[in-house]
Design a protein around this ligand. Structure first.
Ligand SMILES: Nc1ncnc2c1ncn2[C@@H]1O[C@H](COP(=O)(O)OP(=O)(O)O)[C@@H](O)[C@H]1O
Ligand SMILES: [Mg+2]
Length: 255
């Protein structure tokens, strides 16, 4: 299956707001982007510039826009295209165990839960959650909750992963562990990833390419290819190449 993303001349205006003078709130303006199959692309942009809205549109949850979107050959406006989508919050259900939270996508599509419970064991280990299957979310650390939410996202059908600031609420050490872990899993299983973040270092560390958005109404201001080899090393932060990437990103963020 072709799991690329193509967006052409996307415009989005929220209308019918309380203090609307009739023009509405322009949120996205002429967004054009392409993500190749199995590429890891980050979107970096100021708060409120429309990043979450963009992901919602790609996931097919928001259809009141102008422009064209293709996931492979399918247009999510007219056809349900399965994607793995993770919201800004972990959204685990507090009354469910870790395992039954993670298996929710299987439950929703009325799959074979018994079989899924057996098949998921290797993934539970791979995601660093073995031994905690019966814990409730409040009994888990922030990193574990986030990994559980990611695993659940991963189990949704689809070869395109949309992640909305998944590590935004974590402390720096946990965040670095999660980044390494995500890179590892992505290296092994490969999906197309569109990763929203407001952390410049995170974007550089994880991505093949970083797209920088402007203030609202958001548009793509700049694009930086990150040519560091994989697996990435934290020490790359000390190189002049890294400083150049960061400088370009900062320049695009200011315009
Ligand atoms: N459902 C909605 N109705 C009206 N306005 C919205 C809605 N969702 C988001 N917005 C507005 O759109 C803008 C962009 O929001 P969002 O996409 O969440 O930004 P970001 O994720 O980049 O911080 C904000 O000004 C926000 O208030
Ligand atoms: Mg957001």
């Amino acid at each position: 299956m072709d799991n690329s993303i193509r967006i052409k001349e996307l415009n989005m205006v929220y209308t019918g707001l309380a203090d609307d003078d009739g023009t509405g709130l322009g949120v996205l303006s002429n967004v054009n982007l392409k993500v190749q199959a199995n590429e890891f692309v980050s979107i970096l942009g100021p708060s409120g510039c429309g990043k979450s809205t963009l992901l919602k549109i790609i996931a097919g949850l928001e259809k009141d826009y102008e422009g064209e979107i293709y996931l492979g050959n399918d247009n999510p406006k007219y056809k349900r295209v399965p994607v793995c989508y993770m919201l800004q919050k972990d959204c685990l259900m507090p009354w469910r165990s870790l395992l039954s939270n993670v298996l929710l996508p299987i439950e929703i599509k009325k799959g074979d839960l018994k079989k899924a419970r057996e098949e998921i064991q290797p993934l539970i280990s791979e995601f660093g959650l073995a031994g905690f299957e019966n814990y409730r979310p409040r009994q888990l650390s922030g990193g574990m909750r986030q990994r559980a939410a990611l695993l659940r996202t991963y189990l949704m059908d689809g070869e395109i992963m949309l992640l909305d600031e998944p590590f935004g609420a974590l402390d720096e050490i946990t965040r670095m562990q999660m980044q390494d872990w995500l890179t590892l899993v992505w290296g092994k299983h490969r999906k197309t990833v569109l990763f929203v973040t407001h952390d410049i270092d995170e974007a550089i560390y994880l991505s093949d390419r970083v797209l920088v958005m402007s203030e609202r109404p958001g548009t793509i201001n700049g694009e930086i290819n990150i040519d560091f080899e994989r697996p990435r090393k934290r020490e790359m932060i000390l190189t002049s190449q890294y400083s150049e990437y960061k400088k370009s990103i900062l320049k695009f963020l200011k315009t």
